[in-house]
Design a protein around this ligand. Sequence first.
Ligand code: GLN
Length: 445
Amino acid sequence: MSAATGAVTDALRELHAEFAGVDDGEVADYIPQLALADPGAFGLALISMDGHRYSTGDAEVPFTVQSVSKPFVYALALSVLGLDEVSRWVNAEPSGEAFNAISLERGTGRPDNAMVNAGAIVTTALIPDTPAAPRFGRILDCLSRFAGRRLDVDEEVYASEALTGDRNRALAYLIRSTGPLPVDPVAAVETYFRQCSVRVTALDLAAMAATLAHGGVNPLTGDRVVPEPVAAQVLAVMATCGMYDSSGDWLLRVGLPAKSGVSGGLIAAGPARFGMGTYSPLLDAGGSSVRGHLAIGRLSERLGLHLMHNPALAGSTVTLVTTADDLPSAPAAERDRARHEQVAVVAAQGALDFTAAERVLYAMDEAGPEGTGAVVLDLLRVTDIDTVARAMLRSGLARLTADGRRTAVADPDGRLREPGDGAAAPRCFATREEAVARCVADAAG
Ligand code: GLN
């Protein structure tokens, strides 16, 4: 076993050993078929943003996805209709109530959020239904792409819930009576039952959560399942509403977007870090897996995964602030050395986002004798620039120029380039020496 495989698998195994003996909670029995689950089953899986898979215990035991389907069908609705349209029908407020509560907005009857049954039934009803692409087919395709493999339906669990699902039917009729159900309540609930009966494993759940954490691209298959903004929207609603009436406490203590289901599945996503899926059918009073909750809570605590910890505080963005005469490539001749003294050099490294771009611009403002003179920005060791950072750097450079400072950029990979620029962005050069030379020449000329 390699080092990484060992370290991560060991962490999962330790969690498994720590909590496998906990037998608090009950297996759900209001859907009779779910009562047949093995109360001892316990599986843990984690998938990284590179698609590395780690698991232990019953991570490949199939069970039905139940409410863990809700964020993914919400993602599908958001992809097809957009946030504004979906929000006309389903709100995004934590209800503070149980998953099957009548949590409808006073006055409009709009369900509080897409993570409780009322909101999930409406969300399912929003998925377009056409002869060429029937509603459930679209949902199954979407769940399968999130999992990275073809999923199927557990017909026995479906039949069992269809037989006993009167509370959900009652919810659907109630919603229609107050306005916001765009389709026949019976059809909506039948599709919702089928979606809840899709068969998955803890490893599938980890892949599904990892796809949301990875900005909507499945890290196993490379498939873009939903647009990046949709993945962020879904994670936001999972963070505030995914654990029903314990969502606030979960965000406080565990600090990760999550979603539970009554068959014992639980997902948690560390944005840009990992997706986790757990399976253990013993449920707490709120209908969430007891061992899953304990395991993800402990992992978050041990590995410092709480979102609000701000793990992304970048190390050094700006690696060098100097003047060109101090560079190894500076010419020896006294006359040129003096000219090079007038050229400040700021070098950046890594992936540049808003925070990093602010640091770079601040360093450029400050560089040079009392923040004057020419300044060269060296992007040789920059690995990526997002659109926000690119726009900030371009306008920052323009502002420096407007303030009378000569600027040039060493940008061999064209990272500052935008479509209107042609071959190169203005005043960008292949090497630092060329950028410095241009500033020196400008001073001479
Ligand atoms: N199918 C289940 C129901 O509607 C899903 C509930 C859940 O997993 N919390 O009752």
